[in-house]
Design a protein around this ligand. Structure first.
Ligand SMILES: [Fe+2]
Length: 278
């Protein structure tokens, strides 16, 4: 009697596709079209933004670490001291001493208003205002403030990255409200780690294509399961420098890649809500 083997579904976060050559920064992020969610970042659906400078990067790392130390105090002074004692990109060396899952839950990854205000003072946000008009950052979970969300991906930890998705899927799944006449766009920036070996995978042009999916729960977390061939969508690896933002369309397919370096990848992301004409 034969044994039926089931081919395991390929894990997209483990893929190492070619390096992405992204355009940008550009003065017109809508490529001549009226401002709209569909037109954001043009045909490719992704675009590099102007870099945060070295001082800004240092400041952002300091702010994220300060926030971590502060929230870890709620667990124990020992946990706070452990985090305070290492560089942000060495966080994995002490993460077993703390309740990592709790510290870096979705709520724990939302930076406090004081930190958001400091980050929004930085020059990149002048660029957003210039190219996208008056905007605000989203607060889809209703925490009562504009959200800047950070993430720490430890070396070789599959559980620290999610599944392939469009950001719009989260809004659809949870029924988050998008006000009339408002478009959404995403900005993602790595601030620590080795971007060559620990970046984000994105599929240029994928925002125009159908992408059916199902939802699933993996380790208590929402996961999206694509009902299309992930090898056909042309994923590429973003390898921008630290502080070099990648902006992308709310329907661009993307996923964080497994961190194959020896340092933690620390990134932050925002959803920009702008006035849209369609
Ligand atoms: Fe995303």
């Amino acid at each position: 009697m034969g044994i039926a083997f089931q081919t395991p579904r390929a894990d997209v976060a483990l893929m190492e596709p070619p390096v992405l050559q992204a355009q940008g920064p550009l003065d017109d992020v809508f490529f001549g079209a009226p401002a709209s969610e569909q037109a954001f970042c043009g045909e490719a659906g992704l675009l590099k933004g102007p870099s945060f400078n070295a001082d800004e990067l240092l400041k952002i790392r300091e702010l994220i670490k300060g926030h971590l130390v502060e929230t870890a105090h709620g667990q124990s002074p020992r946990a706070a001291a452990a985090i305070a004692g290492v560089e942000l990109d060495q966080y994995h060396l002490i993460s077993s001493e703390i309740d990592h899952a709790k510290l870096l839950s979705k709520q724990g990854r939302i930076l406090p208003k004081r930190v958001v205000d400091a980050i929004k003072e930085m020059s990149f946000f002048d660029y957003l205002r210039k190219t996208m008009g008056p905007y605000c950052l989203s607060d889809e979970e209703g925490v009562g403030q504009e959200q800047v969300c950070f993430r720490i991906v430890r070396p070789e930890r599959r559980e620290d990255v999610g599944s392939l998705h469009r950001d719009a899927w989260f809004w659809d799944h949870y029924g988050f409200h998008r006000p009339e006449g408002v478009g959404r766009g995403k900005v993602w920036v790595a601030v620590s780690g080795d971007p060559d070996r620990a970046g984000l995978l994105l599929a240029p042009g994928s925002h125009h294509k159908p992408a059916p999916y199902r939802t699933d729960t993996v380790n208590g977390k929402l996961g999206f399961v694509p009902d299309f061939d992930i090898h056909e969508i042309g994923l590429q690896r973003y390898c921008g420098d630290l502080g070099e933002p990648i902006m992308f369309n709310y329907n661009t397919l993307h996923v964080g890649s497994l961190n194959r370096s020896g340092r933690c990848r620390v990134s932050f992301e925002v959803t920009v809500m702008f006035k849209a004409f369609s």
